[in-house]
Design a protein around this ligand. Structure first.
Ligand code: NAD
Ligand code: ZN
Length: 281
């Protein structure tokens, strides 16, 4: 196992760094069914901050209030303007973001027939826009809405999302009733809809977890990018693949709970190092 801080003293200038980059390149070049397992860090260089890192969302607002269904229900009643402010900020950042070279490299590997798919904890659409076709989204999708009445789900375009945010932010000192009036409604039963993302205390979508398991069961290399691995099932997924004999390459800014499992860990920004690891063919 090798670990290296590739961002200092400089990528590729030290023998140790070179050795680890070379090993990661060799592993990737020899693999034909790579599965990328990604977290918030893969989108950080696209301008979407991670939640848990220093300065992240969970330092500014409480996850108990803003990250749970009961906390959000309470905010709708008692502090609707603050809820909309936080949601609008998040949505604004995600709507502005473009895929970075890490998303694009992962997309290119799939096009080249070397990567079987992506399993992600992210709720943005940057993998898809970076060329990924096969993706399992364990924490849901910010662009999808789910009806609280009939459970129907609906993908909304970026324009439709922006219009929802504009509708919600148009009124100053928004009341709970005004929030509910401006919130999206189900096209078939007119009940309220919510973003189809997994909040704290909620189950992961079974079909996505099953799909992820199938992808991982067949993986010949696990490429873990930008996740702390502190939220299950990240760690158990990684353990299963590694126990099955496949090598694991980890890319993160710093060591994580998954680092002891890695064949090679590279500590550098994903958008800088991933393109360095992939050669043609
Ligand atoms: P997390 O626990 O997976 O942590 C993010 C990891 O990314 C950290 O280990 C950090 O060191 C690493 N990282 C940061 N910048 C990086 C970079 N440039 N290159 C490589 N690694 C980098 O995720 P979290 O922030 O605690 O978020 C928890 C959950 O919230 C996510 O699983 C997701 O469901 C949701 N979330 C989604 C997004 C998104 O969709 N883009 C963003 C934030 C949070
Ligand atoms: Zn409905």
């Amino acid at each position: 196992m090798g670990a290296v801080n590739a961002s200092s003293p400089g990528l590729g200038t030290s023998g140790h760094i070179g050795t680890n980059v070379d090993e990661a390149r060799r592993i990737l070049a020899a693999s034909r069914r790579i599965v990328a397992f990604t977290g918030a860090g893969v989108s950080a260089e696209s301008g979407i901050p991670t939640f848990r890192d220093a300065g992240g969302l969970w330092e500014r607002v409480s996850p108990e209030e803003f990250g749970t269904p009961w906390g959000i229900a309470d905010l709708v009643r008692r502090r609707p303007d603050r809820l909309v402010e936080v949601l609008a900020e998040l949505a604004g950042v995600v709507l502005e973001a473009e895929p970075n070279p890490a998303h694009q490299t992962i997309g290119a590997l799939e096009r080249a027939g070397r990567l079987a798919g992506v399993v992600t904890q992210n709720v943005d659409d940057l993998h898809e826009r970076g060329g990924t076709r096969t993706i399992r989204k364990l924490h849901g999708d910010l662009g999808r809405f789910r009806c609280l009445g009939c459970d129907r789900t609906d993908m909304r375009s970026r324009e439709a999302l922006a219009a929802i945010v504009r509708g919600l932010t148009a009124t100053a000192a928004l009341t709970a009733d005004q929030l509910l009036a401006a919130a999206p409604r189900c096209p078939s039963c007119r009940a309220l809809e919510r973003p189809d993302v997994v909040l704290f205390g909620e189950m992961l979508p079974e079909s996505e977890v099953e799909g992820a398991r199938r992808l991982l069961a067949d993986a010949d290399c696990l490429l873990v990018v930008g996740t702390s691995g502190s939220v299950e099932p990240a760690a158990s997924f990684a353990r299963t693949v590694v126990r099955g004999g496949a090598p694991m390459i980890e890319i993160n800014l710093a060591p994580t709970d998954l680092t002891p499992l890695a064949t090679v860990s590279l500590f550098a920004p994903a958008g800088e190092i991933l393109p360095e690891l992939v050669t043609e063919g």
